[in-house]
Write a protein that binds this ligand. Structure first.
Ligand code: ZN
Length: 356
């Protein structure tokens, strides 16, 4: 594949979708060269024009060296990624998990490891052997959005990662926030969880706006799980969903659905929010989701049409493991894989663009 697929020197013109994205953990140093090759030989020919890189603490931060992962990308390595994407007209959007996802399974994340005072639930101890479900309802830790010192730290690293990637947009995660407004937090207890969530979105959005940058987030906390029947990870069961009417309309929503092609993009667009559909590893659904996204653009009012921005393929293994799968060193037998989903999604975009 496939130099003839599109003229990537014009990322949007002539294509059916303005955003054609790929979201993956930033590579480790050892995988950097192959990842750059993948950008040039696989992403660019498929007219991918947006790369969301989940950097988190995989960078040698100068503002807060105490938060760095033990192995972390150098500035020189990041600039290699920036150059590769610029050459291929791909916009990079760096990602750091804010608010939620401050731990994973039995492992605490760097922010709360170094700054335990930011923990929304300090009484919930990390288990030796993590299981779900558990008595604490611990999925991931959150930081307390009302801690007076938390933004002073996280905004330093947000600004630094945006500067080094030379970007106009930042992805803050903010998905799957199960701990928010907890009774054990002296600041948040008793407060409205939707207002707490919306307040944190607005705080981050306003901070980015000072430098002309836009905020991207996952959409799951803004969907009403109980009423819609959408599950407790991809929708909210703790009443944060009312925040959809409280957040600024220029926040970009990455609307992930991995089991069904839910029609939720229409809901976001009708609320005035721009939306991107994100599949994972189900190729058949990714094709349906792509067709839906194009149909929404074609069949909507002029007011809503441009809010249907496009598609982003999400990858939830590390970049190294994904490359092992992609290049066949560790082949996968299942019908439903990230590699097959990626190829199906961009195959469908190509097909629909050519038949336009
Ligand atoms: Zn709190």
């Amino acid at each position: 594949m496939c130099a003839q697929v599109s003229d990537n020197s014009k990322p949007s013109e002539g294509n059916i979708l303005p955003v054609r994205g790929f979201c993956i953990a930033a590579p480790q140093s050892k995988d950097l060269n192959e990842f750059i090759k993948f950008i040039g030989e696989e992403l660019a020919p498929r007219s991918v024009n947006t790369l969301i890189l989940r950097v988190d603490y995989n960078y040698q931060y100068e503002s807060h060296p105490e938060l760095r992962d033990s192995l972390a990308l150098s500035k020189k390595e990041v600039k290699m990624l920036v150059a590769a994407c610029r050459k291929n007209n791909i916009r990079i959007i760096p990602h750091i998990n804010l608010l939620g996802h401050q731990s994973w399974a039995g492992k605490i994340g760097n922010l709360l490891k170094v700054y335990p005072q930011f923990d929304e639930t300090p009484l919930v101890k990390m288990p030796e052997n993590y299981v779900w479900p558990n008595a604490d309802g611990l999925y991931c830790k959150s930081y307390c959005p009302l801690n007076p010192d938390v933004h002073g730290v996280v905004f330093d690293v947000v600004d630094e990662i945006c500067d080094v990637f030379e970007t106009d947009s930042f992805h803050a995660g903010m998905d799957e926030v199960f701990y928010i407004g907890e009774a054990q937090c002296p600041r948040c207890s008793g407060r409205d969880k939707a207002e707490l969530f919306a307040g944190e979105v607005r705080t981050i959005r306003d901070h980015l706006a000072v430098k002309g940058r836009k905020l991207w987030i996952w959409g799951d906390r803004l969907l009403d799980g109980k009423t819609s029947g959408i599950g407790e990870w991809e929708a909210s069961y703790n009443n944060t969903f009312r925040a959809i009417d409280m957040i600024p309309k220029d926040v970009i929503i990455c609307d992930w659905h991995y089991e069904r092609p839910d029609q939720t993009p229409v809901f976001f667009a009708m609320k005035g929010l721009s939306v991107i559909t994100c599949p994972w590893r189900n190729p058949a659904n990714a094709v349906l989701q792509t067709r839906d996204m194009v149909r929404f653009r074609n069949n909507s009012t002029p007011e809503m049409k441009d809010r249907f921005l496009g598609m982003v393929q999400t990858i939830w293994s590390g970049a190294g493991q994904f490359l092992d799968n992609y290049y066949g060193r560790k082949p996968e037998n299942s019908e439903n894989t990230q590699v097959k989903c990626f190829k199906a999604l961009f195959g469908e975009i190509q097909k629909m663009t050519e038949s336009k």
